[in-house]
Design a protein around this ligand. Structure first.
Ligand code: ADP
Length: 539
């Protein structure tokens, strides 16, 4: 028997309509590329998104067409999220940190009809001019006063001019909620970049889930500053979730250094922020060097790669709680978040920290299975490990315009994350490693994450990576590649002594390589592929 409830589709336009109606005067503050802060409200966002939707339809775009963006976290990018997706088009966020060839591949593969970009990326877009010839329009996200003259790109359009002439009325189409609304390519660390095509339904459900108290705990009283870029998995869904709850939204633009972030957090009273560990290293180092504190910040969500316990402690000293979370481009991204249950409240602080340092408990909507090599479920005892499979309404069941992928093939109905994990009886998942980053020594698996966390607790070490080096006797052995703090020194013997008191003898890295800088991927993670090359003999 069917129920008698309304079947109202879950659409991005419904978030925007709610934001305008219920908190139309709520603030959105953006640090701009042109300089200075831009301020407006959810009411203005809704109005300008309607104008943008009119402009896009005037450019001749039809339902399902892709609009590419190369842009920082800012208000115009937010208008594109809603104006493009809301009108039945697909907002394709492109990561400008990818290699030029990857960006060219992605634009071509996605079949973008229009490209919108921030001024910062003019040289990058000029370098792509040949690939953009067939696009309907290339739009600079700025005003007339800042429009560049470009010989390589003679027909550039100005975003503000495009929007200015349009009426403020637009009837958001009532779409099937499974209509595509967003497209984001994985960084291609494992093969060609693959396109994940989000739907209105997946984006709205994910936005509701991440606002929950045991996830990001967002409300109309929160002031949110997403540092995670809007070109990386929709800034973890915050641009949808924040307007939904009516929190003040603060967008950092291109200014991601410690001094700029601290100044923005202080001037806007940011209470919640989110980003990958690398960004926080920069901010914390700057704060230590300048003896600064946070006056409003209460909580920081960290994910994308493992947040080491040392980073938790540095935030705790600042009076800031850390929320460790796990996700992937294919999972919209949030799947796990580490918060304590009531029964954990009385535990001693070091036991609590141990739980909080895990990647977290499943967010409702996401189902998890952990399986061994034969596909058998491993016990949830916090020790047995296996491959993590996931499924849920915001998990990709395939890739855009691509043949079926092995991540979906081996376990029908599930997506294989390629992460090796343990789960305990309370549902806390701990990522042991990405399958390809584990070190296999004498038939035993060594977790690179665990050894990196130990390294990060050493006072001389600023950043650390563990990679495998081929070894005749053991197959592979771990090597520590580290960046030291200014004026610090570290010998192999110091390193060994530090590890020997903290891990089994056979896990202690064989070697220490000190470097000035560690390479990162386009999404801010340690690039293990490049680091492995650094330690190859003869390099
Ligand atoms: P890519 O690394 O290719 O850019 P994603 O950004 O989708 O792709 O990365 C997803 C991967 O990042 C996960 O499979 C996992 O290995 C890693 N990851 C994400 N969050 C965490 C976390 N909190 N701790 C450890 N690893 C994490």
């Amino acid at each position: 028997m069917l129920a008698t409830m309304m079947n109202v589709p879950l659409l991005l336009s419904s978030i925007l309509r709610h934001a305008e109606t219920c908190h139309g005067d709520g603030e959105i503050v953006s640090a701009t590329v042109e300089g200075g802060l831009h301020r407006y409200t959810y009411g203005a966002l809704a109005s300008r998104s309607r104008k943008l939707a009119n402009a896009l339809s005037r450019l001749g775009l039809k339902s399902g067409d892709r609009v590419g963006t190369l842009a920082w976290n800012g208000y115009r990018h937010l208008e594109l999220y809603f104006g493009v997706g809301g009108s039945g088009l697909v907002c394709h966020t492109i990561n400008p940190r990818l290699f030029r060839e990857q960006i060219a591949y992605i634009i071509e593969h996605a079949g973008d009809s229009v490209l919108c970009f921030d001024l910062t990326f003019l040289p990058l877009v000029e370098g792509l001019a040949a690939e953009l010839k067939n696009l309907k329009a290339v739009v600079v996200m700025t005003d007339e006063a800042h429009m560049p003259k470009s010989e390589a790109l003679p027909g550039l359009l100005c975003y503000e001019t495009l929007v200015a002439g349009e009426p403020d009325t637009f009837d958001w189409p009532v779409l099937d909620e499974n209509t595509a609304s967003g497209l984001c390519y994985t960084s291609g660390t494992t093969g060609e970049p693959k396109g994940v095509l989000y739907s209105h339904r997946s984006s709205v459900l994910h936005a509701m889930a991440i606002a929950l108290p045991d996830v990001f705990d967002l409300s109309a009283a929160t002031v949110v500053c997403p540092i995670v870029p809007m070109f990386h998995v929709n800034a973890w869904g915050l641009p949808f979730s924040v307007p939904m709850v009516g929190a003040k939204l603060v967008l950092p633009g291109p200014h991601l250094d410690g001094a700029s972030l601290h100044a923005l957090f202080e001037s806007e009273g940011v209470t919640f922020t989110a980003g990958v560990p690398t960004v926080w290293l920069g901010l914390l180092d700057w704060m230590d060097a300048h003896g600064r504190k946070f006056s409003a910040l209460k909580r920081v969500a960290i994910g994308g790669s493992a947040a080491p316990p040392a980073m938790f402690k540095r935030f705790h000293v600042q009076g800031v709680d850390v929320l460790h979370a796990w996700g992937m481009t294919e999972t919209s991204p949030v799947g796990l978040a580490a918060t304590l249950k009531s029964k954990h409240q009385a535990l001693p602080p070091d036991r609590q920290l141990e739980l909080l340092c895990k990647q977290g408990r499943p967010v409702f909507g996401m189902e998890f299975r952990i399986v061994d090599h034969e596909g058998r479920e491993v016990p949830h005892d916090g020790k047995s490990f296996g491959a993590m499979l996931v499924r849920g309404p915001w998990v990709a069941q395939g890739y855009f315009n691509a043949p079926r992928h092995s991540a979906h093939a081996d376990f029908p109905g599930w997506f294989n994350t390629d992460d090796v994990v343990t789960m305990d009886a309370d549902g806390f998942v701990k990522i042991v490693d990405r399958t390809k980053d584990m070190v296999k020594s004498g038939g035993e698996w060594i977790s690179s994450i665990e050894l990196e966390n130990i390294a990060m607790a050493h006072p001389a070490i600023k950043e650390a990576a563990i990679v495998a080096r081929a070894d005749e006797r053991w197959g592979e052995r771990p090597v520590l590649v580290a960046v030291l703090k200014p004026d610090a020194t570290l010998t192999r013997e110091d390193m060994r002594a530090h590890y020997e008191s903290r891990t089994s003898k056979w896990c202690v890295p064989d070697d220490l390589v000190i470097v000035d800088e560690l390479p990162h991927t386009a999404t801010g993670k340690l690039s293990k592929k490049t680091i492995r090359r650094l330690i190859e003999p003869g390099s």
